[in-house]
Design a protein around this ligand. Structure first.
Ligand code: ADP
Length: 520
């Protein structure tokens, strides 16, 4: 260990100074002083340990406080000239808690919080600075491990949701088939009702999980267009009404007569409002009241969902929009949920440049959630036509190739499509898909993307190159529905991109559209 200048306590030294020096020697934080030019005049053993060497106080280069290998928190090197101390002294100010990384001569690194305080004489003239370096390497390592764990958790959630979605598709198809087969037996009707409600609920939870994983991974993209608030509200009510009615609640809706234009993603904003309606229904005891009020307040569109439900304790209000937050109540578990719905609401609203708020007078006094979105002031392109969804065209028989490596999905889809009068062939991997396409010459191919042997994209490319392949209507069926996924499927030659679990009714309608001679 180097001889420390203040360490040699000489005869005749003031006892206070002796104790002060001893204190500095024992201090676990690095401490050093430098003069008004940034040259080190004293350092303690902890500073030497942090630096990994003792600066040579007789060497004018080595004793400059910028002679160490330093980096800012983001990894950019701090040059000699920019040395934090020099900067601080030049500015003649101190600083507190500046995070730096010191690379020692042996190549190891420490992360430290640097603090500096100027020392001035009585007339305010700068004499130098006293500096403290606190080693925070352990804390940084723990933070990094936490971030890594958080990333792993998000990836796991995304994979889990994605995997849970796959078995849901054949279950929904099977329910639909059972419906089509029909039966007057009340037991079967009631069992079907249960299956339908529960799979819908499961799809909702899985979709919320997937969305949260997408948002935290920065992969959720909005399809922005000019929309009208009334349409958003109507779409949300369509989704929310069955639950509200099944809970015996009374819903009162107020929407202004004149249109309120917005720029945004209609599906996502409807999802936000239907999440709020869903919660209002879920957290209100049977026979309650729910109000949905949409109005314009200056340049904002405000949607309020109020209920006469169980209310929210005041201490939970600040945290209610955080992910996985649930109010700790005796009956919380029986109401179900993952605690992600409101986090999703906030994230989606903020992605639209809006904000969310909540009010409750406490347990038993109901809750009020409000979302505020900027109104579109300038005149943009006309609103999207709704005629797309308004078709009711009789289906003609089509030759359809269904490709899915999940045999249940393929089989149930085949039954469903046959029952609608189509001629079906199934395949279960990419290579089989290409040869079946060549042989069967289908008009439509429903092609899964994650296929063994040859993935859906490559299979689509090979099918397009087959004789007659360019005329086939290719529909991708995949669990991934981002803009980038859609672009990728378009590039591979797909005409449509369907996100699993594919809604059987929507699929039949799309096929009906394809079956129109004009659409072919
Ligand atoms: P969850 O899936 O648990 O419903 P949310 O994120 O949608 O997750 O809501 C978080 C928590 O906020 C809920 O668990 C519930 O305790 C509380 N909460 C949400 N909406 C209401 C409401 N309208 N009334 C009372 N409590 C609510």
């Amino acid at each position: 260990m180097t001889e420390h200048p203040l360490n040699d306590c000489r005869e005749g030294q003031h006892p206070g100074e002796f104790h002060f020096r001893r204190l500095l020697e024992k201090l676990p934080a690095g401490a050093y002083t430098c003069d008004s030019e940034g040259f080190i005049t004293y350092f303690n053993p902890a500073a030497e340990r942090l630096w990994g060497r003792a600066p040579e106080l007789n060497d004018p280069v080595d004793r400059f406080c910028g002679s160490f290998k330093l980096f800012a928190a983001d990894g950019t090197p701090i040059t000699h000239d920019q040395c934090w101390m020099a900067l601080a002294l030049r500015a003649q100010e101190g600083y507190n808690g500046c995070e730096i990384v010191i690379e020692r001569p042996d190549g190891t690194c420490v992360t430290a919080l640097a603090h500096a305080n100027p020392i001035r004489d009585e007339s305010g003239h700068l004499l130098g600075a006293v500096n403290v370096l606190v080693d925070i390497s352990d804390r940084k390592r723990a933070e990094d491990a936490l971030k890594q764990a958080d990333r792993a958790k998000n990836e796991f959630l995304a994979t889990l949701a994605h995997e849970l979605r796959n078995p849901l598709a054949p279950i929904r198809n099977a329910v639909h088939i059972l419906h089509l087969l029909g039966s007057s037996a009340p037991e079967l009707q009631s069992a079907l009702g249960i299956l339908e409600r529960q799979t819908k609920q499961m799809a909702r939870l899985i979709d919320d999980l997937l969305d949260i994983a997408r948002i935290t991974g920065g992969r959720l993209e909005l399809r922005r267009e000019r929309i009208e608030l009334g349409n958003v509200v109507r779409s949300a009510i369509e989704t929310g009404r069955p639950l509200i009615e099944s809970c015996g609640h009374e819903l009162t809706v107020s929407v202004p007569g004149e249109p309120i234009p917005l720029t945004g993603d209609l599906t996502r904003l409807a999802q936000v409002i239907s999440n709020l309606l869903h919660n209002a229904a879920k957290y209100t005891d049977r026979g309650g009241r729910i109000w949905l009020i949409a109005e314009r307040q200056g340049s904002d569109a405000v949607v309020t969902v109020r209920d006469t439900g169980i209310g929210i304790p005041s201490e939970m209000i600040p945290r209610i929009f955080e992910m996985f937050t649930q109010v700790d109540r005796a009956d919380q578990r029986s109401r179900g949920g993952l605690g992600v719905g409101l986090a999703l609401v906030r994230q989606l609203v903020e992605m639209h440049g809006g904000s969310v708020s909540v009010r409750s007078d406490g347990p038993g006094h109901g809750s009020e959630f409000a979302i505020r979105l900027p109104v579109l002031l300038e005149q943009l392109a006309p609103e999207r036509s709704t005629s797309e969804s308004a078709f009711a065209i009789p289906a003609m028989s089509l030759r359809i190739l269904v490709v899915d490596d999940n045999w249940d999905t393929a089989a149930t889809l085949a039954v469903l499509l046959r029952s609608a009068g189509h001629n079906i062939r199934t395949a279960h991997d990419g290579l089989e898909a290409v040869s079946a396409a060549q042989e069967f010459q289908p008009e439509v191919i429903l092609l899964d993307i994650g296929l063994p042997k040859l993935n859906g994209y490559d299979a689509a490319r090979q099918i397009r190159a087959l004789p007659g392949g360019s005329r086939m209507v290719l529909m991708a069926m995949t669990g991934w529905g981002n803009q980038s996924d859609r672009i990728q499927s378009k590039e591979a030659g797909f005409d449509h991109h369907l996100v699993k679990p594919v809604d059987p009714m929507a699929l039949l309608q799309l096929l009906a559209l394809v079956a129109q001679p004009a659409a072919m």
